[in-house]
Write a protein of this length. Structure first.
Length: 248
């Protein structure tokens, strides 16, 4: 009997962040501050089009960027070549189950807003642990359950606007019935990482970047007044939880 919890019925693939998004630089600052990356081999798990990869790559000797979407991998390769980093960064398509990477060969892994989209989160965490060296670091962010809006939307009946306030606060069985992605409390992601063989050192609330707000003046006002810092102690002001963990 399979004990793996079912994925949300409407599980959708992730959308890559763009280089112009504030969340890109916010994540990089936080991981640099809390995880102290540098040297060795980096893995970007769920690299998308490579915008985030290019921020981290200069801090490492080599970088491996993987994604299940071949169109994203092609775009990642283009951006890497344009940045003059083709000799240090490999963009690799994989099957979503087994990473094409040797055991214990990675010094530092990053994964941002990816776990909520994978078919099997237990398998994904197991693969990340497999390829990391003992003591290697994983920096992972996942959507925060206590943010006011469901960040990935939901396939709700009778609601043409799918970012319904407080939808993510529903009990998990109800949330997962309509959600387009999983969502996590801080306690939940810490528990899952611990069970997967990681020692969690930090679990921080990442302040909402307001990248989805279209009106420039409103976006600027919100960033200056409510969402200025990279971290917050208030769960309701956070779109994601960032965990920094070491492989046991």
């Amino acid at each position: 009997m399979n004990s793996q919890p079912a994925a949300p019925a409407h599980l959708a693939k992730g959308k890559a962040a763009e280089s112009t998004d504030l969340i890109i630089t916010r994540r990089h600052r936080l991981v640099t501050e809390l995880g102290r990356p540098g040297g060795g081999v980096l893995l970007d798990f769920g690299c998308g089009s490579g915008a985030q990869t290019l921020l981290f790559a200069p801090q490492f000797t080599r970088t491996m960027a993987v994604d299940v979407d071949r169109a994203y991998i092609a775009e990642c390769e283009r951006r890497v070549a344009q940045a003059g980093l083709a000799d240090r960064v490999r963009c690799i398509a994989y099957d979503g189950h087994t990473l094409p990477i040797d055991d214990r060969s990675i010094d530092f892994a990053v994964s941002f807003e990816v776990l909520e989209h994978v078919d099997d989160e237990t398998r994904a965490l197991s693969e990340l642990r497999r390829v990391l060296k003992p003591g290697g670091t994983l920096a992972m962010s996942v959507p925060n359950r206590w943010w006011i809006f469901e960040t990935h939307g939901a396939a709700l009946p009778l609601f043409p606007w799918n970012r319904v306030p407080f939808f993510s606060w529903l009990p998990k069985p109800l949330h997962d019935r309509w959600a387009r992605a999983r969502i996590y409390s801080r306690r939940e992601i810490v528990r899952k990482l611990t069970a997967a063989g990681f020692d969690v050192r930090v679990a921080a609330y990442v302040t909402a970047p307001m990248d989805v707000v279209k009106h420039p003046r409103v976006r600027q006002f919100l960033r200056r007044v409510l969402f200025r810092n990279d971290r917050t102690r208030v769960p309701f002001l956070s779109t994601a939880v960032l965990a920094i963990a070491a492989r046991r």
